[in-house]
Design a protein around this ligand. Structure first.
Ligand code: PLP
Length: 400
């Protein structure tokens, strides 16, 4: 956590908690580093579904080649937040209205998920032409991954042996240009695992194209770059990934690559900050009840992990009774919801935690607020703060 962020969190009024605090400067630097690590022939798209906060999109548009959207709503939102930026439209179950919206607003690629989708598209195209990628569910050895989406029964993409019928439809319609292949097979991959997937995908795609007489100009490798919630200080190795892709691309001089990460781009810039309302013991076990909960930050419930956090001690206590605290013990951090699933972190060792202390959950910038069930129990929504990406000089003497 930067000094600036820490100061901001400490200065938030009691009535401003819970709050999401986005460090836009962190995002700016992180996205610039990702871009710098990638070869020129790799286009960087950001998957908007990870977090489509307009202020984040505004920062990211300086660094990315475009955005990947997966609904008409996201398409509209991104075109408003980052007008003029390239947009790729993917995702299953596109409606005719959404396809029409995509055609009218000139998205740069449509990722085709099924034969029926291609047929719908054919029916909607008038005079115009469009560039498509076929999304393929490739049987690729992935090793142990957090969330495998390919190579097994899946609602996403086309099995390789269903591609021929799509090729026939495309060949019969000169308004549709097949640009290449799209895959998004897993999430939670580290750089060596992702490079291994890339190697296998490119080998498959070029063999397939040669066999079918298809002119392949682009392969989209999807997202899924890993985020380690158990070790918040570690990062996906973008430098190793970038140089691995550079070496790999030497074998494919005419091919351009795209990637469309989401989580690994925005996760580190977001913090969910709240305070301890109560500390209690039940059957020998300590619970800290926090303002807010998984209706604001659903990530630990969906991913079944402990959300990492920092404790920001608050020394003032003006109640006439003894301040409840936990000391050198395991504490389970829960929210205000009346369900045992409202757990943010389980059995976490703490040195000292008191009622009134602040808690800042890190890695809350992706699949956090926007995937949460906000209205459950009707508690108020959190406040949102964006630390500007032009760093404000630290006033002299404000910290050691
Ligand atoms: C969700 C998704 C992404 C982004 O995945 P991350 O794990 O957030 O990097 C990219 N492409 C597709 C098709 C997706 O569905």
């Amino acid at each position: 956590m930067s000094d600036r962020l820490l100061r901001h969190i400490r200065e938030l009024g009691e009535d401003q908690l819970p709050a999401y605090v986005y460090d836009l400067h962190q995002l700016h630097e992180h996205a610039a580093a990702i871009r710098a690590a990638l070869p020129e022939r790799v286009q960087l798209f950001y998957a908007a579904k990870a977090n489509s906060d307009p202020r984040l999109i505004e920062v990211l548009r300086e660094h990315v080649d475009g955005f990947e959207v997966a609904s008409g709503g996201e398409l509209h939102h991104i075109q408003a937040a980052a007008p003029g930026t390239a947009v790729a439209f993917g995702g299953p179950g596109k409606t005719p209205t959404e396809l029409e919206q995509a055609l009218q607003t000139g998205v740069d690629r449509l990722h085709i998920e099924s034969e029926q989708e291609l047929r719908l598209l054919t029916g909607l195209l008038g005079e115009q032409t469009t560039a498509v990628l076929l999304r393929v569910n490739l049987p690729i050895a992935l090793g142990p991954v957090a969330l495998a989406m390919g190579g097994q029964p899946s609602p996403f993409g086309l099995d390789p042996d269903h591609l021929d019928r799509c090729l026939a439809l495309i060949a019969a319609d000169d308004r549709i240009r097949l640009h290449g292949i799209h895959v998004h097979l897993a999430s939670g991959l580290d750089a060596p695992a992702h490079l291994d997937v890339a190697r296998q995908v490119l080998a498959w795609a070029t063999d397939w194209a040669a066999e079918k007489g298809v002119q392949l100009s682009e392969v989209n490798l999807g997202g899924g770059m890993g985020v380690d919630y158990t070790r918040p200080g570690t990062r996906f190795d973008w430098t190793a990934f970038g140089s691995g892709l550079r070496r790999l691309l030497e074998r494919y001089p005419r091919l351009s690559l795209r990637i469309e990460p989401g989580r690994s781009v925005t996760v580190y810039c977001g913090w969910y900050v709240t305070r301890v309302l109560d500390i209690k013991r039940s059957h020998g076990h300590a619970f800290a009840v926090l303002r807010g909960g998984t209706h604001h930050l659903r990530t630990p419930a969906t991913k079944q992990h402990d959300q990492p956090f920092d404790i920001l001690p608050v020394d003032t206590w003006d109640r006439p009774w003894e301040r409840p605290e936990a000391r050198d013990e395991l504490v389970t951090m829960v929210g205000q919801l009346c369900t045992p699933k409202d757990v943010l972190a389980r059995n976490t060792p703490v040195e000292r935690l008191r009622v009134g202390d602040r808690i800042a959950f890190s890695l809350a910038g992706a699949y956090a607020w926007n995937i949460s069930h906000h209205d459950f129990l009707m508690h108020p929504a959190p406040h949102f703060h964006h630390l500007d990406h032009t760093p404000v000089p630290v006033p002299a003497g404000s910290h050691p």
